[in-house]
Design a protein around this ligand. Sequence first.
Ligand code: FES
Ligand SMILES: [Fe+2]
Length: 380
Amino acid sequence: MDQATQTAWLARSLRHLEAGTTDQGEAVTRIDVARYTSAEFMALETNRVFRRLPIAAGFSAKLAKPGDFITHQHLGLPLLLVRGRDGGINAFLNVCRHRGARLVAAREGCDKRSFSCPYHAWTYDTDGRLLSLPHEADFGALDKAAHGLVRLPAAEAFGIIFVLPQRDAATPDLDAFLGPLKRDMEGFGLGRHVVYDEREIGLRCNWKVVIEGGLETYHVRHAHSRTIAPMFLDNVSVMERFAPHARLYFTKREARKLKGQALDGLNVRDFGNPLYFFFPNLIVLVQPDHATVMITHPACTDSCIIQGAALIPEPPQSDKARQHWDRNVKIFWDALDEDFQMGQSIQAGFASGANDHITFGRFEHPCGWFHAALDEAMQE
Ligand code: FES
Ligand SMILES: [Fe+2]
């Protein structure tokens, strides 16, 4: 991110620290609980948001070489992501075109030249072309070119693979979709990082509850008192809207020593954590020497799947390096686990009927932005 923004963020944090304030939104937001419990609302989200936008679906570093692949169902579709021979990313429905069996059962693998269906061995190359089928002559004049794997549009940015889960749509224009924040992210160099400690976590709460936990720091002092709270200033954050996305800055206690100092040339990563939220469900927390990524996929109204990983600059070469990353990653996931437990308790609370709405205060306003973005996306 540019130096002027970094300096401005630090100056703003110091002003807040002095005045005992934080960034605030215009208004308190009330949100209906039905948005977290209604199957109809969830169906609208699925059809109008999660099938229409580029959705983060994996990490480029997992598909470093041609023939490397991953599979999952997190987008509600059986997905096969594979690095093509030309170095591009191929996203396919992981479904055989003969009679529809799942083509690839393995969750990941490398260096494949082709994928052979376990049912009758129809075989496809990494670009999805149907290469061969046993007893081909008995299928008459089968048009092999028309029986390649069904492709979904996909593109990559800053080490994340985005898939538009809608066949026949155009390749997503990530410059347009991600906007100016894409350049910030590219500046962090995450596209050259490697994946460390990938995790998949199922939670019993609506996906939005997880997102909201990342969009405010009001809770940090209390919910994270045993983990990360001592590292951060209490409720001092910078919050900037780049609708439908946002970037936030959670200021650490180290920033106190900057009082009265020149701020030019300082790196914000040394004094707090920038957090990037890309609508609808991608959060990247930028730490001093790495980043942690959390993609929250809706499953049902009251459940979701987290696809998470740390992105670190290079594979650890020594025990000492491994211990460093293990320690860092543990701090992150320990704190996240506190958020997850809270999120599950919130969902149980919704089910109790105690609240028909919830309230986001003025310094929880990125949560309001998030819901506004959702409303807008659902209307289009
Ligand atoms: S279903 Fe795949 S080869 Fe028959
Ligand atoms: Fe948290």
